[in-house]
Design a protein. Structure first.
Length: 334
């Protein structure tokens, strides 16, 4: 079964030879003090930041959990739907969490978000951009308006940018109440190594680091990440290959079934579909060797989501969709 249900990378960013060289150099018999600092410097150089603006963790999941612990007293606020781990980690640490409910088409109105902020007065507001599960990327103006509202009530605004490498870059002006959360699990292709990053002002990062582990990342993860960011041209080329796969996935659904299935425009490495025909297609695809995301949640029961695969696998997927389309059209005629 080819897994296209978790928004992972189908590709590895490094060859077996590169990995062997990195592991041979890794001093995993020592604690990784210097390696952590070297990673932050390499990451900062890649994104034109300062190392003091960065803290890292064992995946963005750990960083979400830390935010639930370290943010000032009060509820968290997020979108519904959004990344389900926000509420999972809030529940773990007994942090109250409130929601901004989506419209029927899974969009969110800015006025609705601002009104909910006034109602809830959250300690912090966290949302994914591009949005999970729709794939929609919100504008800088949209984000700045939310940031200004959170500043006005004395709260924090956390933008989860897990899929931003597949979307359009933007430059939000960092203030002490704004945090950007990123991951190397998607476009960078090292989900299994578990590496997430928080970016903010030096003041805010110091606040988060009050509960940072002495050695937040293991030596092998750090050596691989350092190699990737110190070889920036190689890494940029790998991300471009990922973006091309995402475009190919979108084009397959747009060209083959967008006239009979709602296809959400996506700035991510996945495509979200909706409707009775969408479920029929999802079940057909699953029966033919690909595992899409079929939702158990009642609010998402009409939706099916697909993430990228290799070029060859996407060609196979396209043929499966074409075969389903022939059967679907014949059944409608009958």
């Amino acid at each position: 079964m080819i897994r296209i249900n978790k928004n992972e990378s189908p590709l590895r960013p490094l060859s077996n030879e590169q990995l062997a060289e990195i592991i041979q150099q890794a001093t995993f018999n020592f604690y990784p003090d210097d390696e952590y600092n070297r990673f932050k410097q390499a990451y900062a150089n890649y994104f034109n930041l300062k190392p003091t603006q960065i803290t890292a963790g064992n995946g963005s999941d750990e960083l979400i959990q830390k935010l639930m612990l370290i943010m000032p007293e009060g509820p968290a606020l997020t979108l519904n739907p959004d990344f389900f781990m926000y509420q999972a980690y809030a529940g773990q640490v007994d942090r109250p969490i409130e929601f901004v409910d989506a419209e029927d088409d899974l969009t969110f109105k800015l006025d609705t978000i601002l009104n909910r902020i006034d109602e809830v007065r959250p300690s912090f507001f966290i949302m994914s951009n591009p949005h999970n599960p729709t794939g929609h990327q919100y504008t800088l103006s949209f984000l700045n308006t939310i940031a200004d509202k959170m500043k006005a009530i004395g709260g924090y605004f956390v933008i989860d940018e897990a899929y931003l490498d597949f979307g359009e870059a933007y430059d939000i002006e960092l203030e002490s109440h704004i945090l950007q959360m990123r991951t190397l699990s998607k476009a960078f292709g090292i989900a299994g190594l578990r590496l997430g990053v928080l970016i903010g002002t030096e003041e805010t990062i110091k606040r988060i680091q009050r509960i940072e582990h002495p050695y937040p990342l293991n030596t092998i993860t750090l050596y691989i990440a350092i190699y990737m960011f110190e070889h920036s041209e190689m890494t940029a080329s790998f991300i471009e290959a990922q973006r091309k796969l995402a475009l190919k996935l979108r084009d397959i659904f747009k060209n083959e079934v967008s006239d009979i299935i709602k296809i959400y425009p996506s700035a991510t490495n996945f495509v979200l579909t909706k409707g009775e025909a969408a479920h029929s297609l999802g079940e057909y695809i699953q029966a033919h060797g690909f595992l899409p995301r079929l939702y158990d949640e009642p609010k998402m029961s009409d939706y099916v989501r697909y993430s990228i695969a290799t070029n060859e696998q996407l060609d196979q997927l396209a043929e499966i969709i074409k075969n389903w389309r022939i059967q679907y059209d014949l059944s409608k005629k009958a």
